[in-house]
Design a binder for this molecule. Structure first.
Ligand SMILES: Nc1nc2c(ncn2[C@@H]2O[C@H](COP(=O)(O)OP(=O)(O)OP(=O)(O)O)[C@@H](O)[C@H]2O)c(=O)[nH]1
Ligand SMILES: [Mg+2]
Length: 302
């Protein structure tokens, strides 16, 4: 018999899908965010969906490596690492009903951090991961994609253009509430001399003409002028991409990112945590003076 819809949503379930290129800080974020959210009193657990995750600092509530590992697939099927990862994703999809969902239901959590593999093809060219996420949504999970991108990519205009394209592509493919994050922002000070613009230029993505001019300064990139102009114009037309900054070891930084994520997945409105009307309204309209934002988001990293 079908469950009445109101039962499914009476105890809302939440999930952050932590994605991003290899080495961008996904596993480290899961470790620190887990401790941070736990202190806030949330019933949180980490689900490791990366079948090649060797050095996890956290203890996963659910670990795909107990189901399948990239190494086993490489050995037994004579595949390379990328082919083996695709195989693992398909295997996980096949076992969503009889492995993943029962374990999620058994866990004493209602908020999950999904530590996902970094290979971007899994999200842009392959359907298994998106089928799994769709299945979770059908079970009532309020999902948000948290896309971590190393802030080092701000250090060169050409890298930043590819970052913008990658972020937009991911947003459109995932089709979920989405928060783009420039990770390891504490290291930006080291690259400060390489940044051509102030930091809010990179986070707000408002006027990319300056970026185009900077690209044209480089003789090797000048021949791609039209291509870069088309990419920048597309990113501006969609007007979807912006970034939050994250230093995973700073509580203040985790707190600010949490505010964005809570708004994106609707946690702030539904989770039943005590919220004053003022907090809800402030969150809804993003009420914060530019000075506050500069002080809290930009200054610490410059
Ligand atoms: N300074 C600094 N280093 C960080 C931060 N977040 C992650 N790192 C470092 O970045 C490196 C890669 O982090 P991981 O968490 O393994 O990255 P990942 O995205 O899980 O990598 P894959 O699973 O291989 O795709 C580690 O050495 C982390 O300590 C941060 O906020 N600041
Ligand atoms: Mg990892």
């Amino acid at each position: 018999m079908l469950e009445p819809a109101h039962i499914k949503y009476a105890n809302p379930l939440y999930g952050q899908l932590i994605v991003g290129p290899p080495g961008s800080g996904k596993t480290t974020y899961c470790h620190h965010a887990f401790k941070f959210y736990k202190e806030l009193g949330r019933r949180i657990g980490i689900v490791n969906l990366d079948p090649a995750n060797e050095n996890m600092e956290y203890k996963a509530e659910i670990d795909i490596m107990e189901l399948i590992t990239v190494q086993d697939v490489m050995d037994s099927m004579h595949l390379g690492p990328n082919g083996a990862l695709m195989y693992c994703a398909e295997f996980l999809e096949e076992h969503t009903e009889d492995w993943l969902l029962p374990l999620l239901n058994k866990a004493k959590c209602n908020y999950f951090l999904f530590d996902c593999p970094g290979q971007i093809e899994l999200y842009t060219h392959h359907a298994s991961m998106s089928h799994i996420f769709e299945r979770l949504q059908r079970d009532g999970y309020h999902l948000v994609t948290v896309n971590l991108i190393d802030s080092h990519y701000c250090s060169e205009p050409s890298k930043f253009v590819s970052t913008l394209l990658m972020a937009l592509n991911m947003m459109l493919r995932m089709g979920l509430p989405h928060v783009n994050v420039l990770s390891k922002a504490d290291l930006l000070k080291r690259h400060e001399h390489k940044l051509k613009f102030s930091l809010d230029f990179y986070t707000d993505v408002l006027d990319l003409n300056y970026l185009l001019e900077a690209l044209d300064d480089s003789p090797s990139l000048r021949k791609y002028k039209k291509l870069n102009a088309a990419i920048c114009s597309m990113v501006e037309d969609y007007s979807l991409v912006s970034f939050q900054l994250l230093n995973v070891r700073s509580t203040e930084s985790l707190l600010r990112l949490r505010n964005h994520i809570d708004k994106a997945n609707g946690y702030i409105y539904k989770a039943g945590e005590e919220q004053s009307v003022n907090t809800l309204l402030a969150c809804a309209v993003n009420a914060e003076t530019e000075v506050t934002r500069q002080n809290k988001d930009i200054e610490p990293y410059m």
